[in-house]
Design a protein. Structure first.
Length: 110
């Protein structure tokens, strides 16, 4: 089973726990975007959006670069790969456990 660096992964899970941050990630899946472009999809203040971006950046989920006058936000998919492996491993464990339980129940009923 995969063992995580929990400080890093806790930051990712914490960052993904917020609806606005998940929405930012969904938007960035379509491609890099400026902070100004992202702001058009939210009814929160520019300052609040910047705070969400900062949290995602600190978790390693996004990167931010200055390009002329604009801050360009990019998705860093590598940061979530280890978390996804952890989720997959745990899903597989529980799925296999429930399958064994179901077979055991079926064999006792027969």
């Amino acid at each position: 089973m995969l063992v995580l660096n929990y400080k890093t992964e806790d930051k990712v899970f914490s960052a993904l726990a917020d609806y606005n941050r998940r929405k930012i990630i969904e938007l960035l899946q379509e491609g890099d975007s400026s902070l100004l472009e992202l702001a058009k999809h939210f009814s929160i203040s520019f300052q609040a959006l910047s705070k969400h971006i900062k949290i995602l950046e600190e978790a390693g989920v996004v990167t931010k670069k200055q390009k002329g006058k604009f801050r360009i936000i990019s998705l860093n998919a590598d940061s979530t790969k280890q978390v996804m492996r952890w989720i997959s491993d745990h899903f597989n464990f529980w799925n296999e456990s429930f399958e064994r339980l179901s077979k055991s129940i079926d064999s006792t009923e027969a």
